[in-house]
Ligand binder design. Structure first.
Ligand code: SAM
Length: 299
C-alpha cells in the first residue's frame, strides 16, 4: 500500500478541496471511532472528520479514505497510525480550574469530612485529563488544603487519557502564560514558574504528585479495580451515547473506596442511579459518594 510518512511541503494543503465522503464511508468511520473510543460522531461533525482525516492523509500522501482505512487495519503499523489519528479526532479542550464549583465541593465539603474518618494517602484519578491542566489544578488544591490544615497527609493523582499527544504535553507541564489566567494568584505564586514572557511550567515538586498514563475508558471492564478516594471525570462522557455513559459510570463506581467521591460535569448524566452511590448535594455540581456495601454483599 502506497502510504509514506511525509516531511515535505504542506503549505498549500488547505487550498486543496476535501475529498468527498459518501454516507456509507461516513458510517464506516463513525463505527470505527465509536467501537475503539466510545466517541459518537453525529452527522453535523462530518466536516470535522473530513478535515482531520484529510490533513493526516495528506501527510501520508494517501489519496483516498478507503486506502487509509485499510492501512489503519493493517496490524502493528495500523495500530501505530491509530495513535496519531485518535489524537486528531479527540477534543482536548481544557483549562486550569475549569470547574470552580466542583473544586470547591472537594476542598470545602468533601475533604474536611473524609479526611477526618481515614488516614491513608489520598488517591485521585483524573479520567480524560487531556493536556494536564485538570490534574495539576487538583494537585494545587490538594497540596494547599493539606498544608493549610497542617495535615501530614500524602496524595497521588493518576491522570489518564486515550491521547498520547495530550499526555506528552501534560507530562512536560509547560503551557503558554495566557493558559493560567484562571489559576488563583496565590496558587500561581506557589506552584508555577514563569520560564519566559510566554511560557510557564508547573513546578517540579507539584508535577511529582501527578502520574500520567494512557488509558482508554472503553477498557474499564478489564481494569483491576482501584481504590480511589476521588474520581474526577469531566467533559468526557458528553461525547458518548447514554448507554455507554452509564456502562462507564457503573465501572467507575467499582474503582471508588467506600466514602469516595465521583465528580462529573454538571448535566453529564441524568436519571442514573446505582445501589452503591448516593448523590452529593452541592450547588452547580454533579457528584456521587460511594456508600458502604450492605453486609454480606461485598465482592
Ligand atoms: C474535552 S477533554 C476534557 C479534559 C478535562 N477532563 C476537562 O474537563 O477539562 C476530553 C478528553 O477525553 C479524552 N478521551 C476521549 N475518549 C477517551 C477514551 N475512550 N478514553 C480515555 N480518554 C478519552 C480526549 O482525548 C480528551 O483529552
Amino acid at each position: 500500500m502506497a502510504i509514506s510518512q511525509n516531511n515535505g511541503d504542506n503549505r498549500s494543503w488547505h487550498l486543496t478541496p476535501l475529498v468527498a465522503m459518501n454516507d456509507d464511508q461516513f458510517g464506516q468511520w463513525v463505527e470505527l471511532l465509536e467501537k475503539r473510543t466510545g466517541i459518537c460522531l453525529p452527522p453535523e461533525r462530518k466536516s470535522f472528520l473530513l478535515t482531520s482525516l484529510s490533513a493526516r492523509m495528506r501527510e501520508l500522501k494517501c489519496q483516498d479514505y478507503e486506502t487509509y482505512y485499510q492501512y489503519l487495519m493493517s496490524g502493528k503499523k495500523g495500530d501505530m497510525e491509530w495513535e496519531v489519528l485518535v489524537d486528531r479526532l479527540t477534543v482536548h479542550e481544557t483549562r486550569f480550574f475549569r470547574d470552580e464549583f466542583s473544586l470547591r465541593l472537594i476542598s470545602d465539603s468533601f475533604l474536611p469530612k473524609y479526611l477526618a474518618t481515614n488516614d491513608d494517602a489520598l488517591r485521585i484519578w483524573s479520567v480524560g485529563c487531556a493536556t494536564g491542566e485538570e490534574p495539576y489544578s487538583l494537585a494545587m488544591l490538594l497540596d494547599d488544603y493539606v498544608e493549610r490544615e497542617g495535615l501530614d497527609r500524602n496524595f497521588l493523582i493518576t491522570a489518564t487519557d486515550i491521547s498520547l499527544g495530550s499526555l506528552a504535553k501534560a507530562l512536560r507541564g509547560q503551557y503558554r502564560n495566557n493558559r493560567a489566567t484562571n489559576v488563583p494568584a496565590e496558587f500561581a505564586e506557589r506552584y508555577i514558574n514563569r520560564l519566559d514572557a510566554d511560557i510557564l511550567e508547573v513546578k517540579p515538586e507539584l508535577r511529582q504528585k501527578v502520574s500520567f498514563a494512557q488509558f482508554n475508558v472503553m477498557k474499564l471492564a478489564h481494569a483491576r479495580p482501584e481504590q480511589m478516594d476521588i474520581i474526577y471525570c469531566q467533559n468526557l462522557l458528553i461525547y458518548f451515547k447514554r448507554e455507554r455513559r452509564i456502562a462507564i459510570l457503573e465501572h467507575l463506581v467499582k474503582h471508588l473506596r467506600p466514602g469516595g467521591l465521583l465528580v462529573l460535569g454538571a448535566g453529564e448524566i441524568i436519571n442514573w442511579s446505582n445501589p452503591l452511590i448516593e448523590t452529593v448535594n452541592f450547588p452547580s455540581t454533579l457528584a456521587f459518594r460511594r456508600i458502604n456495601e450492605p453486609a454480606g454483599e461485598q465482592s
